[in-house]
Ligand binder design. Structure first.
Ligand SMILES: *[C@@H]1O[C@H](CO)[C@@H](O)[C@H](O)[C@H]1NC(C)=O
Ligand SMILES: *[C@@H]1O[C@H](CO)[C@@H](O)[C@H](O)[C@H]1NC(C)=O
Ligand SMILES: *[C@@H]1O[C@H](CO)[C@@H](O)[C@H](O)[C@H]1NC(C)=O
Ligand SMILES: *[C@@H]1O[C@H](CO)[C@@H](O)[C@H](O)[C@H]1NC(C)=O
Ligand SMILES: *[C@@H]1O[C@H](CO)[C@@H](O)[C@H](O)[C@H]1NC(C)=O
Ligand SMILES: *[C@@H]1O[C@H](CO)[C@@H](O)[C@H](O)[C@H]1NC(C)=O
Length: 314
């Protein structure tokens, strides 16, 4: 949006509280950025009409008339902490003229989304192959499960990537068909603005497709000899693009332990699609998962076979 509007909107009053600032987000929407939440009080100037109309104007907040009444084409409202609002102005006969929504962004706080991990941040993206659409997801903290996505934007090198928001608002799927016969030069930048009431938070993520390619579960995992296990590439590891080979991480863990066990009986890597297990015990779990061999990106999920003497279930 243009800077001119901001100047008109602010009229010099914008920076009433030295560290807060006001920025337009979209038509009719401004974001008040405050440095912290506690006991802040900011004066935000609002203009009903820019066309110098002389008619009397009064204001409502979230559809309710203000007490004491707020009147005039140009007014200033006080926003305390995260108490933004939808301010609409009306002619004296009550007719709607215009509105401005004030969202509050507390710059030092992130409370709407849950951090997945320090490395991943708040948004996790993945794709099972190099040519399909990628998915990004996030999860809202329990007390803010009704937060909604206000705006989102994915771009690469200035070009917008079309994305579709999940019905429940907890993720997106984006169409970026890119079969990387050549090196990826630019990152994908993802920005999502999430609101809960009038609190707004902005989350961003920048990544290359090659860093989020996470192979799917392996198919046809079976015991094919006395102690030999074999499997195939995941069904979703597509053919057109896949001169890309996979690496496999193999692990043998104690019976009834999970594949994530930190104390495996045996661990190894292979680029072959079979593995011979050399252990004394007759009860164990054979685990295997895949990773792009060249980028050494994220691992896919574990696939496993539970072995109890001659009884094998994969
Ligand atoms: C209505 O308010 C918006 C700001 O929320 C402003 O951009 C727009 O110019 C106003 N419309 C008119 C007709 O003045
Ligand atoms: C509104 O009035 C001001 C001062 O009276 C004037 O400078 C400005 O050009 C007018 N704007 C419009 C859109 O008529
Ligand atoms: C704000 O109020 C106006 C007028 O009632 C309405 O059209 C608009 O959808 C509201 N916007 C939001 C974000 O609540
Ligand atoms: C998305 O971001 C790009 C680049 O940052 C910008 O040019 C574009 O206007 C944005 N689109 C929306 C809908 O915010
Ligand atoms: C690539 O992954 C997408 C899901 O993102 C899937 O729909 C598609 O079938 C996969 N491509 C192949 C060739 O398996
Ligand atoms: C991994 O497997 C290879 C071939 O099966 C074998 O030569 C190597 O000793 C194994 N390494 C470990 C640490 O078990």
């Amino acid at each position: 949006m243009d800077v001119l509007l901001l100047v008109v909107l602010c009229g010099g009053l914008c920076y009433a509280s030295s560290e807060s600032s006001l920025e337009p987000l979209t038509d009719h929407v401004v974001v008040l950025k405050v440095p912290h939440k506690v006991r802040t009080e900011d004066h935000v100037p609002l203009v009903c009409r820019n066309d110098n109309q002389t008619q009397a104007v009064f204001w409502k907040k979230d559809g309710v008339e203000l007490k004491p009444p707020l009147q005039g084409n140009q007014v200033t409202v006080v926003v305390e902490e995260v108490d933004g609002g939808n301010y609409s102005c009306h002619s004296s006969d009550g007719q709607y003229l215009n509105h401005t929504v004030i969202f509050v962004h507390v710059e030092t706080e992130k409370v709407i989304l849950r951090e997945i991990s320090p490395e991943e941040g708040y948004i996790q993206c993945s794709v099972p192959n190099y040519s399909g659409p990628f998915r990004c997801s996030w999860s809202r903290t329990a007390s803010r499960s009704n937060a909604a996505v206000l705006l989102l934007n994915a771009t690469r090198n200035g070009r917008e990537i079309p994305c579709e928001l999940d019905a429940d608002g907890s993720g997106i799927q984006c169409e970026e068909d890119n079969c990387p016969y050549k090196e990826e030069q630019h990152r994908i930048f993802l920005t999502t603005h999430i609101r809960r009431y009038y609190r707004l938070e902005t989350y961003t993520k920048a990544f290359y497709i090659k860093d989020i390619v996470r192979p799917g579960a392996l198919s046809n995992l079976q015991r094919s000899g006395a102690n030999v296990f074999s499997w195939s590439y995941p069904d979703s590891w597509e053919k057109p693009c896949s001169f890309y080979g996979l690496n496999f991480q193999v692990k043998v863990v104690r019976h009834a332990q999970s594949c994530d066990s930190e104390a495996p009986i045996l661990g190894n890597n292979t680029d072959d699609t079979k593995f011979e297990v050399n252990v004394k015990t007759k009860k164990y779990v054979f685990c295997v998962r895949a990773q792009d061999r060249y980028t050494e990106g994220p691992f896919g999920p574990w696939s496993n076979c539970v072995v109890n003497k001659d009884d094998v279930s994969c």
